[in-house]
Design a protein around this ligand. Structure first.
Ligand code: ADP
Length: 501
């Protein structure tokens, strides 16, 4: 690991400085308004711990207004009667705005979340624009079925997929803009209106997105953006009787709390939650690809990725080579402030997250895990943690069972050719979000894919694709985002039967 020297300050461009100086408000019913309480909260730069700006702190009263605006827009506004093509054009315009302001958005994302600027530039920002365009393509193409009826008589039966209504979208801080878009794109394509609550740690790009939303001319109330805390704004949104569906991405613990709250009104709920995803490397794998792939899978975004490959299973024959190779990669990675162009590992997002990850490292060491590389925090300012590999973990250690959400890999070997036994080990977790298999044996790859209990299996690498369904088995979630399944998540099925006799 190389630590990059920290310059005192980075020269921010005029648009970024101008944005940070603003009074950041809530976008409700097409207008920027302060929180009714007048409260604000600080936004922190995780590379320094310093305050960058302040944003409005919404609570239940503001959520009331936002839901009412979304409700009006859905029930009485032009949006409810809009054609798919009109919605698609607006989504495309929004995507173009993101691209026009890509550098500004990348800087804001990095300042707020800490992630390396090169990742914001090549992944988060352009990926968000592309996701909007992908989902724009679905607007007007969401169809039902015609169904041969089984009742005696002469029936014509068909289904239509209608927008579910007002969506309360609650998102995490690891990919702030991309997560906002992952809800806005399919919800709007399906014809819903939305109240979006960004994570309190990372509200900035969502607020800037709100400005673009106004510039491109979405009807008022179609997209409302309310910044605030989970315990106040988040809880109020989930509880609100005017919300038809909650779309949540975040931790499994919060997902369970949301399910309990939604039970009161039986709101629709989709959940994209945590994981402890396995990377399985079979002895015949192409290690020149598998080693950097496994390394990226855990160290990308400082491991703050729900699908991170945080448990490595490598065959005994190749274990030393694999783990040695990943350790070399870990040592090579440049840790530093996200705005430095060479940085490959930025800080963790917050003090709380830093305490959580370092707490797991301490617990792992106490329980007897062996640190092969890393294992420490870095510097005395900001929330930096070394890329870490732990060996000799046993089944019931917290580092082995729980989602750390940091750059920490548990490395295990297996000495077996029996795919069922390998899968049983990989499946030995309460989670089931993703799994990656590395092998040159096409048959073994497919057989193992069948045996693994996870919603998203990658054979020989690959990343998140807006067109491919993504979501969890077991305690990793309910429903699938992305692809056709992703837009259908924002619809209700209505069956219509006509008695023709
Ligand atoms: P983390 O613990 O890493 O911050 P969470 O799952 O708690 O992850 O947070 C993800 C999102 O859920 C954030 O936008 C947060 O404000 C929100 N949130 C947290 N608790 C609740 C809750 N009880 N109800 C609704 N939203 C919540």
């Amino acid at each position: 690991m190389t630590v990059i020297d920290r310059p005192q300050s980075f020269a921010l461009t005029e648009p970024v400085r101008g944005f940070l100086k603003k009074q950041h408000q809530l976008l409700i019913g097409g207008k920027w308004v302060p929180a009714l309480s007048g409260k604000t909260f600080d936004v922190i730069d995780p590379s320094t711990g310093e305050v960058i700006t302040k944003v409005a702190a919404a609570d239940a009263a503001d959520i009331d207004l936002a839901v009412a605006a979304a409700r009006r827009a859905f029930d009485h506004g032009p949006w409810g009667k809009s054609k798919g093509l009109e919605r698609a054009k607006l989504l495309w315009k929004l995507a173009d705005k993101i691209d026009e302001h890509a550098e500004e958005m990348a800087t804001l994302e990095t300042l707020d979340n800490g992630k390396p600027i090169k990742m914001s530039r090549i992944a988060d920002i352009p990926g968000s624009a592309e996701n909007l365009r992908y989902n724009a393509g679905w607007a007007g193409k969401i169809t039902g079925d015609t169904i041969p009826a089984s009742l005696p008589g002469n029936f014509h039966s068909y289904t239509v997929r209608e927008p579910v209504g007002v969506v309360g979208a609650i998102i995490p801080w690891n990919f702030p803009l991309a997560m906002a878009i992952a809800k806005i794109g399919p919800a709007l394509a399906a014809g819903c209106t939305i109240v979006l609550k960004p994570a309190e740690q990372t509200p900035l790009t969502a607020i800037r997105l709100g400005e673009f939303i106004q510039e491109v001319g979405f009807p008022e109330g179609v997209i409302n953006i309310v910044t605030g805390f989970g315990e106040t704004a988040g809880v109020a949104l989930v509880d609100h009787p005017g919300v038809d569906k909650v779309a949540f991405t975040g931790s499994t613990a919060t997902g369970k709390a949301i399910v309990r709250a939604c039970a009161a009104t039986l709101k629709r709920v989709s959940l994209e939650l945590g994981g402890k995803s396995p990377t399985v490397i079979l002895p015949d794998a192409d290690l020149a690809k598998a080693i950097p792939g496994a390394s990226r899978s855990i160290f990308f975004n400082s491991g703050q990725v729900c699908a991170a490959g945080s448990r490595l299973f490598a065959h005994k024959k190749i274990f030393d080579e694999v783990v040695g190779g990943i350790a070399e990669e870990a040592k090579r990675l440049k840790v530093g402030p996200g705005l430095s162009p060479e940085t490959e590992i930025g800080p963790l997002v917050s003090e709380e997250q830093f305490q959580r990850v370092t707490g797991y490292l301490a617990a792992g060491a106490k329980e007897g895990a062996r640190v092969m590389v890393g294992g420490q925090s870095v510097g005395n300012r900001g929330y930096f943690v070394e890329p870490t590999i732990l060996a000799d973990t046993v089944r019931d250690m917290s580092v082995r069972q729980e989602e750390i959400f940091g750059p920490v890999l548990c490395a295990m070997s297996f000495d077996d050719e029996d795919l069922e036994k390998i899968a049983a080990e990989a499946n030995d977790t309460t989670y089931g979000l993703a799994a990656t298999i590395w092998t040159r044996d096409i048959s073994a790859g497919h057989k193992l894919a069948k045996l693994l209990k996870a919603g998203s299996i990658r054979i020989n690498g690959g990343g998140l694709d807006h067109a491919v369904p993504f979501g969890g088995y077991k305690q990793s979630g309910w429903g699938r985002e992305n692809g056709k399944d992703g837009v259908e998540l924002f619809t209700e099925v209505k069956a219509v039967s006509v008695n023709l006799s």
